[in-house]
Design a protein around this ligand. Structure first.
Ligand code: HEC
Length: 122
């Protein structure tokens, strides 16, 4: 019984800690992990929708959330800052033969990423 209490206490401590670590609000978990739609300001709602459409053709939003939260690309382990986000968006634009993504979609996603990176740094 005592062990169980200990495990529960540890679990609570860990979850509280991880919420404190995550500066930007997120929703869902596992592959469903995403930026919390409630925390997106009205002027970036359209960008959020675009991101959820165009950036999920090859992988889930989880990759992007982790990159913003940790400041590191989950695959390459390279720093994920504004400059990297821009380079990444341009790289994605070059793949546009595979997926329908316009220049303005990418610009819009980049603006949102900039905002999220700023929020996460606060
Ligand atoms: C054409 C398929 C495709 C689309 C569309 C796509 N990605 Fe990716 N993404 C990948 C692949 C493949 C990887 C694995 C690592 C790599 O190749 O860079 C990846 C990895 C990532 C990573 C982790 C990079 C790292 O350094 O570890 C991030 C962040 C990311 N994508 C963000 C986005 C964003 C933002 C969009 C929308 C603008 C997007 N992806 C759209 C294919 C795609």
């Amino acid at each position: 019984m005592r062990i169980l209490c200990y495990v529960v206490a540890l679990f609570i401590a860990l979850t509280t800690f991880s919420t404190a670590e995550a500066r930007i609000k997120v929703s869902g978990n596992g592959e469903q992990l995403n930026f919390d739609p409630e925390s997106i300001p009205p002027n970036l709602k359209a960008s959020y929708d675009t991101m959820n459409q165009v950036c999920t053709n090859c992988h889930s939003m989880k990759k992007i959330v982790i990159a913003v939260q940790t400041g590191k690309g989950p695959d390459t382990k390279q720093p994920f800052d504004k400059q990297a986000a821009k380079a990444y968006c341009i790289k994605m634009l070059r793949k546009k033969d595979k997926v329908l993504m316009t220049k303005s979609d990418i610009k819009s996603v980049y603006q949102l990423l900039n905002y999220l990176l700023d929020e996460n740094a606060k």
